[in-house]
Design a protein around this ligand. Structure first.
Ligand SMILES: Cc1cc2nc3c(=O)[nH]c(=O)nc-3n(C[C@H](O)[C@H](O)[C@H](O)COP(=O)(O)OP(=O)(O)OC[C@H]3O[C@@H](n4cnc5c(N)ncnc54)[C@H](O)[C@@H]3O)c2cc1C
Length: 483
């Protein structure tokens, strides 16, 4: 058998046909090279594709999907592979289609505040392209220096500034989508108001299950005139989370309110030397933005509210350099966690903001019950928690406990009136929990919608929707699933 071609309908004929379409340098079949693509940020489950294809244009994506359609071969789209729920893990999808070479900003239309991009454009590069003119692209996942617009659309990604500006769905006006049979369709468009069903909206958040997005029209925002960014330190997460609700109940909508707990503060301080004092139990980064006039008053009011909740200190970033240092610490916090353990699983649940103290108490109890360390760094203003479960991959029992603890946290979110995901998607990670939130009828209707785009179930099969009647068991990782 050839290196990399491991059966399941994949043969060297398919590779040759793909090479004829996109060139030999755009097809990877060596097992050693494919290993790089065996997982995303959800590293508990791994499985390399049999073939990786890296198209450069919509025409190539369409030709590839027509070929796979004729042969009845399933595929999995991939952007940068920074997903945290196993979205681009190949499950019964031998061919991976990676959009990283489709990384062109097609056009910028500042008069209409629009930008048209290919899917492999890195999120931050959109803002970089329009910053000099005073504009920005609002959805800002902490991974924004690596993740792609295609991945953001598939996951309906958020970020620290989601609180004020909304998630990806609020900023995608239209997409060009290649359906699993190779047909190219335009959904939505540059116009603000639309007629009929919101089909572009159906693509946002569909996690690669309806085809491949090959172009997107995005909304640009005017950059705020001014920022006030504060770091508030608290003795514990309880008081910090109560301060979050208090600020918003007061009528303010900050650009962002982000929280880190003691474990994460320690790791971040060791990595970035922000100046967090030893022993702080929780830190809030609160950013107010908008017109300069009145911003100081709002900042004073927010600081006063935080102090009234027990903040031991509230400091305003004195200049842009200090503001950037705070954001660097927050956005790279996941990376700093590498100092704490060999492996970690980042959970993603949602609770009503006022239940933050309850869910954090519950997470502490779950950590104790499962004998694990769990840190918390999250979008507090949205009630979108990200418990980071630390574990050692080589310890099978600890890995199992990490998975179980994650499931318990999600169940607790649901019990508090929350949801299974704020922004990381269902992927494979949360398949088993879908029936806890949705009835069989809900799931059937979702499957019917998906089938409109992908009647043969060949676009990222095995994701988002559990098979009807199946009992998905995730307590044992699905490693090296044979294709
Ligand atoms: C350190 C770190 C911090 C993060 N912070 C955040 C955060 O603040 N907010 C947030 O929302 N997420 C965050 N994430 C998660 C992740 O970055 C996002 O989900 C991101 O949108 C994934 O983009 P990607 O290009 O890496 O996509 P991938 O991981 O490659 O793929 C994700 C999904 O999109 C599908 N897909 C990719 N491209 C296409 C396409 N062109 N057409 C159709 N489907 C496609 C894939 O099949 C898969 O299902 C973070 C991740 C890391 C590692």
């Amino acid at each position: 058998m050839e290196d990399g071609l491991r059966g399941s309908g994949i043969d060297s004929g398919l590779r040759a046909d793909l090479e004829a379409l996109v060139g030999a340098d755009a097809v990877v079949s060596r097992r050693s090279e494919l290993k790089v693509y065996e997982c995303d940020g959800w590293t508990i489950e791994k499985n390399a594709p049999d073939l990786l294809v890296m198209p450069r244009s919509t025409e190539q994506v369409s030709a590839i999907l027509r070929l796979l359609h004729r042969r009845g071969v399933a595929f999995v789209p991939r952007g940068a592979g920074t997903g945290l729920s196993g979205g681009c893990l190949p499950l019964a999808a031998p061919v991976m289609i990676c959009t990283s070479r489709m990384n062109r900003i097609v056009s910028i239309d500042l008069s209409n505040r629009r930008v048209e991009v290919q899917p492999g454009v890195v999120n931050l590069h959109v803002t970089d392209a329009v910053r000099p003119q005073g504009y920005f692209y609002a959805p800002d996942p902490s991974s924004q220096s690596a993740c792609t617009i295609g991945g953001n659309i598939a996951e309906n990604s958020g970020g620290p500034h989601t609180l004020k500006y909304g998630v990806t769905a609020n900023h995608v006006l239209g997409v060009e989508l290649v359906l699993p049979d190779g047909e190219v369709v335009e959904l939505g468009g540059p116009a603000e108001e639309k007629l009929g069903y919101d089909l572009a909206g159906a693509v946002v958040g569909s996690e690669g299950t309806v085809g491949i997005v090959t172009r997107a029209t995005l909304r640009l925002m005017r950059a705020p005139q001014s920022y006030r960014t504060m770091l508030a330190l608290f003795d514990d997460v309880d008081t910090a989370t109560r301060a979050v609700s208090k600020i918003i109940a007061d009528g303010m909508v900050p650009g962002a309110i982000e929280m880190m707990d003691r474990l994460i503060i320690g790791a971040v301080e060791a990595a970035f030397h922000v100046g967090f004092p030893p022993g702080a139990g929780a830190a809030l980064i609160v950013e107010l933005d908008g017109l300069a006039a009145g911003l100081d008053d709002h900042a004073s009011r927010a600081a006063e509210l935080m102090r009234s909740c027990g903040a031991r200190s509230v400091e305003l970033a004195r200049d842009e350099a200090q503001r950037q240092l705070l954001w660097k610490a927050r956005k790279r916090a996941f990376g700093a966690v590498g100092r704490l353990a060999s492996n970690y699983a980042t959970q993603d649940g949602v609770v009503p903001r006022t239940r933050l103290p309850d869910i954090l108490r519950e997470i502490t109890a779950i950590a104790a019950r499962y004998r694990l360390r769990i840190g918390n760094v999250f979008h507090a203003g949205d009630g979108n928690i990200h418990p980071i479960v630390l574990y050692e991959e080589r310890d099978a029992d600890e890995t199992r406990r990490a998975i179980e603890a994650g499931r318990e946290i999600l169940k607790a979110c649901l019990a508090m009136g929350g949801s299974l995901t704020g922004e990381h998607g269902i992927g494979v990670e949360k398949l088993a929990e879908m029936p806890l939130l949705f009835s069989p009828d809900d799931l059937r209707v979702m499957a019917e919608l998906r089938a409109v785009f992908d009647p043969d179930n060949r676009s990222n099969p095995g994701k988002v929707l559990p098979r009807p009647g199946s009992c998905v068991e995730v307590s044992a990782p699905r490693r090296q699933v044979p294709l």
